[in-house]
Every structure is written in C-alpha cells, then in structure tokens.
Ligand binder design. Structure first.
Ligand code: CLF
Ligand code: SF4
Length: 487
C-alpha cells in the first residue's frame, strides 16, 4: 500500500506545488503517433491510450514489462549478440534471466502488485517470440487468465508470423511489433546472413527474399484482423538509411499503425558482427533527419528507449533487477482498487496537463523553435533533479507549442551526493543544440558550467507540467529579448 502511494506521488500529483493551471476540461494529448482521441476511432484509442509504446502521451503514465521467455531465434541479424548480459546494458536482446511460463507469471504478478502503472506485458525476446511460439502463447494464456486487464504485446522478426496470425487474434493480442529493416532483399542480404525456415538454413539473397515476403504477409494478415501493428526499423547508416522511406511506404500501404526508427546500437564490446566490423550507428541528428523526412504524414514513434528483453517500469526506467526471481519472496495479491485509484489520478492529470498546455499556448507566429531538455521521472511533469537524470526528454518549443521529439541518454551527474565530472561531459554532449534544461532542482556549479556552454538551466518550473512550462519559458524569454532590444 505504502509503496503504491509513493508511486502515485512520484508522478507529482500529490506534491505540494500546484499544477500550472487548475483542473480539467476534457481531452487528452498526443499519441505515439501525433494522434490523439480526436484523430483515432474510439476503438483504436481504447487500445492505445494506456500503451506506453503506442501512445507518446501514455508513456508518461504507464509502464510495460518484458518477460524473457523466448530465448531461441530463427534468423541472425548482424546487430545482435544475445550472449551479452550486463546489468547496465539496455538494448533489445539482452536479459539477466530466462524464464519458464510459470516463472514469468509469478514475476508478472509480483510487478502488478507493486507497480500500479503496469498496463502492458510484452514478449520481446531475448530471441524471437515466435521461434518457439508455444512457450510464448502458453505464457500469455497464464497472464491473461490471472490479470485480464493487462494488455498483451508481442514483438517478432516476422519470419514465423504468418503461421500464427489466427492464434494471435484468438488470444486477443492487440499489439504486435514486427522489425522490418528492408523491403529490398539486396539490402536485406547486408543485414541478415541467414535465416532458418522450413527445416533448413537459407543464406544471402534467398534468405532476405523469404524474410521480406513473410514479413509482408504477416503484416497484411494482422492488420486485416484489426490488430495494431507497429513496425520497428533499425537505422543502419550506409545500408538502409536511404531505404527507410521505401520501407515506410510499404508498411503504411499494408496498414501499419506506427513506424519506429531505432538507431543501430553498435559497439565492438557487444560482439555483434556490425560492432566488430566498425559499422557505426547514426548520430542523433541523422536519426532525426530520417524521422523528419518520413514524418510529414506518417505516424512515427519517437519515444522508444530500446528496452532490454526483461525491462520493467516506465519507458526510460528499468526496475527489472528489483523483480529478479530470487528476490520475489511471497507475492502479494494484485489489488484492483489501487489500480482504479491510479487510473482516476491519471485521467485527471492528463486533462489538467492538456488544459495547462492550451492556456500557455499563444497564437502561431514565425518564431524560431528551440530545443528544450526536460528532467522527468514521468507523469508529464518536470520532477527530477538535474544530477539524477540519466536521460532528458527533448521538446521543440515556441510560444505556440511544445512538441516531443525524442530523448537523449546521459550518465547521472550526481551519484551518492558526489558530482562526477566525466558524467558532466557526457551530459554536455547529450545536450548538444539544446537552449534550456528544465529540471526540478540544479546546483550552482552545474548551472554555471551549463551557462558557460551557452545552455540555460531553470528549476523555476519544478513539478509543473512539461509542455505548459516549456511554452511559458519560451514566451518569457522572447518577451525579455524584445524588451532588451527596444531599450
Ligand atoms: Fe515491449 Fe515493444 Fe510491446 Fe513496447 S517495447 S514489446 S511495443 S511493450 Fe517500446 Fe521498448 Fe521501444 Fe519496444 S520502448 S523497445 S518499442
Ligand atoms: Fe537477435 Fe532479434 Fe535479430 Fe533474432 S531477430 S537475431 S533475437 S535481433
């Protein structure tokens, strides 16, 4: 009980500072796409409104957990090495413990009892969720029987997908992600050395051709059944960067709901083929360039955190280590009342945040947008100390609006009360191009260092809503500059 109240407080609802404006009208804010309830059918909004990956707005309030019940894979990607496990590591394919279906259920029950934000359980590896599909389906059955309110989410490379669409639909799995990196087998052959299909191994162009056809078949069959499909594409500079527009066109034509462009993670220490041959990942600017090129009328996910296959918590936090099997002890029963309270709070918060944003917005002008970095631990509020942030959410801001465009990782500047100079250098790199950092608190020393780098830091909006505060900050700055210029 105490734990859950702490969780609610952590989003800032029960702090002693008031929101920017009072309470609520109606309406929610944006989606994982830019879409919200006004742009989506009621049926689709119902499916995405508390899914942290399918709705950008939901990711401020709702948590996912991954259960690592799928160790096997039926293909090889040049960016994957599932042997690597490090508790500081965060990328798909990596896990600390692999689970049997009954163990997974126990873990899910433990998380559900402690984390009222939990809305989605996903199977995303560490291999392919459909390479040993029975184990995946058995796990989902157990979870659905125990916690019917939890959404089931599945992530696959698509090779085995066409064989399982009926079962996915029957089980009520509403969200499926397919990783599609190419629609041209010539490009695919540079990403996939082999696949295992129909009891034999295929290589080169043939392998890529089969994978491509199976991915398209699976996507079409899922969307024909009304299942929401998100497509993940790994952006690999020099290989598929110029090709992702074609991928976007092909998947949208087949009904994909969202497209998520993920930067290649490539480090020789991970032992992947790409890491070892020096294939680099994209810079944040390159990633954004590709997203912006696709973004005019495509629904893009920009808030992906490239989670581990056993991640637990809000996107951007990983509480997986707290829920390792050997730490679980006696699992408390799930308390639906706690969740009801949480949902009521979130509904009110979303409405208040939207109202605050609308109140802060001014008429459209020809202002130049700037980037604002926000230290937050969720809830759509500026509620994290600068030194405790291991990522910043980045918004593009004018006095007419604030648009979430992504996040940038960093290292915590303050650990155990001590500041870390190396971490500050990492933070400065992460803040490249940013005009202002909004945080709950910041010390004089980092504030001065940021100022020396031309970055303003403000804790003036501590615990207030992100968008409304960013817009107000911009408008105030513009007004002050105009006054200074006319003086
Ligand atoms: Fe997990 Fe994926 Fe479902 Fe989300 S993650 S299976 S859709 S519940 Fe989300 Fe994590 Fe990005 Fe995946 S942030 S890696 S997109
Ligand atoms: Fe690794 Fe996933 Fe590719 Fe399989 S499909 S090789 S698990 S990244």
């Amino acid at each position: 009980m105490t734990q859950n109240i702490v969780s609610l407080a952590s989003i800032g609802r029960f702090n002693n500072k008031k929101p920017v404006t009072g309470c609520a009208a109606s309406g929610n804010t944006s989606c994982g796409s830019a879409a919200g309830p006004d742009d989506l059918s009621a049926e689709v909004w119902q499916k995405v409104q508390d899914h942290p990956c399918y709705s950008e707005d939901a990711h401020h309030y709702f948590a996912r957990m991954h259960i690592a019940v799928a160790p096997a894979c039926n293909i090889q990607c040049h960016y994957c090495n599932r042997k690597y496990d490090c508790s500081n590591e965060s990328r798909p394919g990596v896990v600390s413990e692999k689970l049997a279906p009954e163990e997974a259920l126990r873990k899910v029950l433990a998380v559900a009892a402690e984390v009222p934000q939990l809305s989605v359980v996903g199977i995303a590896g560490p291999g392919d969720a459909l390479a040993q599909a029975e184990k995946t389906f058995r796990t989902f059955e157990l979870i659905h029987a125990a916690l019917p309110h939890v959404k089931l989410c599945l992530s696959t490379n698509g090779l085995a997908l066409p064989d399982h669409v009926e079962r996915i639909a029957q089980m009520g799995i509403d969200h499926v992600t397919i990783t599609i990196n190419m629609v041209d087998p010539e490009i695919g052959a540079q990403i996939y050395p082999w696949i295992f299909y129909r009891h034999r191994r295929w290589e080169g162009l043939e392998a890529a051709q089969i994978l491509h056809e199976r991915q398209m078949q699976g996507l079409e069959a899922l969307t024909a059944k009304g299942i929401l499909v998100k497509v993940n594409s790994v952006l690999i500079p020099g290989i598929n960067d110029g090709h992702l527009m074609a991928v976007n066109t092909a998947v949208r034509a087949r009904g994909a709901f969202l497209h998520n462009i993920m930067p290649l993670i490539s480090d020789p220490a991970h032992g992947t083929h790409f890491g070892l041959i020096g294939q680099r990942g994209p810079t944040p600017a390159e990633l954004r360039q590709v997203q912006d090129k696709l973004g005019a009328d495509a629904k893009l996910m920009r808030h992906c955190r490239q989670c581990r296959a056993d991640a637990v918590g809000l996107l951007g936090e990983d509480r997986g280590a707290e829920f390792a099997l050997n730490k679980l002890g006696e699992v408390k029963p799930f308390d639906p009342h706690q969740r009801e309270i949480y949902l009521t709070v979130v509904e009110q918060e979303r409405a208040d945040r939207q109202k605050a944003k609308e109140a802060a917005q001014m008429a459209q002008t020809n202002e130049t947008p700037v980037l604002v970095a926000v230290a937050t631990k969720g809830g759509g509020r500026i509620n994290l100390h600068f030194g405790h942030a291991n990522e910043f959410q980045i918004y593009e801001v004018t006095s007419a609006g604030a648009r979430f465009i992504g996040h940038r990782r960093t290292d915590k500047y303050c650990v155990g009360g001590q500041s870390d100079g190396n971490a500050f250098d990492t933070t400065l790199k992460a803040l490249d191009g940013v005009a202002c950092v909004l945080c709950a608190k910041i010390g004089d020393s980092p504030r001065e260092k940021l100022a020396a780098a031309g970055i303003e830091a403000s804790d003036h909006y501590a615990f207030e809503y992100i968008e409304a505060s960013a817009i107000t900050w911009y408008a105030t700055k513009a007004r002050n500059e105009a006054t200074a210029a006319s003086a």
